[in-house]
Design a protein around this ligand. Structure first.
Ligand code: ZN
Length: 153
């Protein structure tokens, strides 16, 4: 798919949703590197050429610090930014639940409480474009891998 096609899809997202996504793309939260990560995992989405690396530092049972880096389309990078904001400081169990809820929302599962997801609901608009769902879920699958590595120590 061409860049023009991507931009056209993004322009078709609802205005409010687009604003949230663009805000995170332009002003990424928790972007960078941790000085002493417990685990670091790199995820790629070859369909779109997105790359996201997630670093986590556990503080007991909590996700003390999180950072991401990467490159790719605005949906993949803003989803990573929104994810780090949503899970920072949460317990690992809460982060895992949020990963499950978010990926279920992106699959279109019934029974997900949109209020529990807050701003993350903005990414539900991406479901209109099935090929882009992997862009939105890339950071989340990568976080799940990083948590598994961190907890395995
Ligand atoms: Zn993408």
């Amino acid at each position: 798919m061409s860049n023009d096609e991507y931009r056209r899809q993004e322009s078709e997202l609802d205005d409010l949703y687009r604003e949230i996504i663009i805000d995170h793309y332009r002003h990424p939260r928790h972007k960078g590197h941790l000085s002493a990560p417990s685990a670091c995992h790199e995820g790629v989405n070859p369909l779109c050429g997105d790359e996201v690396t997630v670093e986590v530092a556990l503080d007991g049972e909590a996700l003390g610090e999180i950072a991401y880096s990467g490159s790719g389309c605005s949906i993949s990078q803003s989803s990573a930014s929104m994810m780090t904001e949503a899970v920072a400081g949460k317990s690992v169990a809460e982060a895992r639940r949020l990963i499950a809820d978010f990926t279920a929302m992106m699959r279109g599962d019934e029974g997900i409480d949109p209020d529990a997801l807050g701003d993350l609901e903005a990414l539900s608009g991406v479901r209109k474009f099935p090929v882009r769902i992997k862009c939105a879920t890339l950071a989340w699958h990568t976080l799940a891998e990083a948590l598994a590595e961190a907890s395995a120590d």
